[in-house]
Design a protein around this ligand. Structure first.
Ligand code: BG6
Length: 511
């Protein structure tokens, strides 16, 4: 649906990486699809002293390098580029925000942006407070008239622990109302994460099985084959648990485990995911070694190529104890999930880039075919592939043709790529569009962020203070420390070894 309200997007951190790699290409795609309003402008804000023309030139190059939009005409490109403007300020100086107010008033007149402003914080976390109070000092958060809106998008990381996240919430809420604040988690913008909701709540056949009576365990993986690249400086202060688990992976847990909302609106959906986060059984610093495994990639040779270890990366301490791999086993203490283990794992420099949810169902109570001695142990699982080769696979047993009753595992699969007429939009396209529509369903609410930190904080504390909590080295190109198998218990449960290709299952390393 096209955005009906004319508006301006103000991007703080406009000379940064996210703007050129994600935000501008996403807006360009929306423009080409005719989804942006006629009265529209982007005001880039940053310390770098650009003129409008220099900023436009930089974004032209960015589109060249990062836009995936096909068939854009040169006219569409120029039309879009002409909607980009730039204001250079020192974000720490309150008086500089008057320049932003003046510039926005001008854009309202010249571009017809109608006083509707979306402020996008694409800046390091330390700049959030000065920017938000600068906007507050100019009353830019207050809609100028009835029917006009002001919104704020906040990028991750949202705090580094519960206290800093709570402080950040208070700071934002002192200026903006909660319903004006859109905390971005780009995993919620992924088509396949949203599909979890449709898959569960638009079908009658899966939901009756989606509980402790039928589910054995739930496994969620977000693996990457790259290392930390040039982000060592940031990653040192973060690690895999903060970088991926506290936000993206717990959001996926929320969507997988939530109850059906009473309706599909932001309040109802977010109330249900919050309940999941509030039901996470705490892992205490004292028992952290039984519920988590952390690892760090070490120097290795992958297919004859030398690959550096984490401690040799730029910006990383030579004795760093920051985890590049984290696996956590936990329970959700509610009626639906009582007794069902959830295991999540994420890591850098694993064999391939893959994110997926696997629901493993309980085996039959009595294995008559297994007892013939020739049959495999058939188990049923449902794999919801978030990326790549987005799709869904259901695994079940069938008779192997021929004599006897040997069972074999087969798969029924759906791949998004089979829908040749459908293009999967980038997460930022979806999230920017939703925010311009004022729909917060796919954004994280303040209370949910705090509930996730409340779960993660004691793990971090345990890793820091519990002498029994070790950090294991793992060679690049492997599935992390083998000790992670321990989290699955002794009942024959195993981690899936997914490939890039959803339907394949072979030993594979893409590095
Ligand atoms: C980011 C993390 O939030 O998500 C990165 O900071 C990580 O470290 C990235 O690489 C993964 O996102 P995606 O969409 O590539 O799975």
């Amino acid at each position: 649906m096209p955005v009906k309200d004319s508006c301006a997007i103000v991007i703080f951190g406009a000379s940064g990486d996210l703007t050129k790699r994600k935000l501008v290409p996403a807006l360009f795609e929306l423009h080409c699809q005719g989804l942006l309003p006629e009265g529209f402008a982007v005001l880039g804000v940053g310390r770098t002293a650009y003129s409008d023309e220099a900023f436009r030139e930089a974004q032209r190059e960015a589109l060249e390098a990062f836009s995936k939009t096909v068939d854009a005409t040169p006219e569409q490109r120029e039309q879009f580029i002409n909607k980009l403007f730039y204001e250079s300020i020192d974000t720490s100086r309150r008086e500089d925000y008057a320049a932003i107010r003046r510039r926005l008033t001008e854009l309202d007149k010249s571009q017809g942006t109608s006083g509707n402003y979306l402020f996008y914080l694409s800046t390091p976390p330390a700049l959030a407070a000065p920017i938000v109070s600068g906007l507050g000092a100019e009353h830019l958060q207050i809609p100028a008239h009835e029917g006009c809106w002001r919104r704020l998008i906040v990028e991750k990381p949202f705090g580094i622990d519960l206290k800093s996240a709570t402080d950040l919430n208070h700071m934002l809420q002192a200026v903006f109302k909660e319903d004006q604040i859109f905390r971005i988690d780009h995993y919620l913008g992924k088509e396949t994460v949203q599909n979890l909701l449709v898959f569960r709540f638009a079908n009658g056949i899966f939901e009756p099985l989606w509980n402790r009576n039928y589910v054995d365990y739930v496994e969620i993986t977000a693996a990457e084959n790259i290392g930390v690249e040039d982000r060592g400086g940031y990653y040192e202060g973060s690690g895999a648990l903060r970088d991926m688990v506290q936000n993206h992976m717990l959001q996926v847990v929320g969507m997988t485990a939530m109850e059906a909302p009473s309706s599909f609106d932001a309040r109802a959906v977010r109330n249900e995911t919050l309940k999941v986060f509030q039901s996470l059984r705490p892992i205490t610093p004292e028992n952290v070694q039984h519920h988590t495994i952390r690892g760090q990639y070490i120097a290795s040779k992958i297919r004859g190529r030398d690959v550096s270890g984490y401690r040799q990366e730029k910006g990383v301490d030579a004795e760093s104890r920051t985890e590049t791999y984290a696996a956590v086993r936990f329970h959700i203490d509610n009626w639906r999930w009582g007794g069902v283990p959830f295991v999540v794992r994420t890591g850098k420099r694993l064999p391939t880039r893959v994110s997926e949810v696997v629901v493993h169902f309980k085996p039959t109570p009595h294995r008559i075919f297994g007892s013939l001695g020739t049959g495999e142990n058939i188990t049923n699982s449902l794999i919801i592939r978030i990326q790549p080769d987005e799709g869904v696979v259901l695994k079940f047993g069938l008779k192997r043709p021929g004599a006897g009753f040997e069972a074999r595992s087969v798969a029924m699969d759906f791949h998004y790529s089979d829908l040749s007429d459908v293009r999967l939009p980038d997460a930022y396209e979806r999230l920017l569009l939703d925010c311009l529509h004022g729909d917060a369903t796919l954004f994280t609410r303040g209370d949910a962020v705090e509930a996730c930190w409340a779960f993660v904080d004691p793990i971090l504390e345990g890793w820091r203070s519990n002498p029994e909590s070790k950090i294991y080295g793992y060679p690049g190109g492997t599935w992390g420390p083998p000790e992670a198998d321990r989290l699955l218990g002794a009942d024959g449960r195993t981690w899936r070894q997914p490939c890039k290709n959803l339907s394949e299952n072979t030993d594979y390393c893409e590095l």
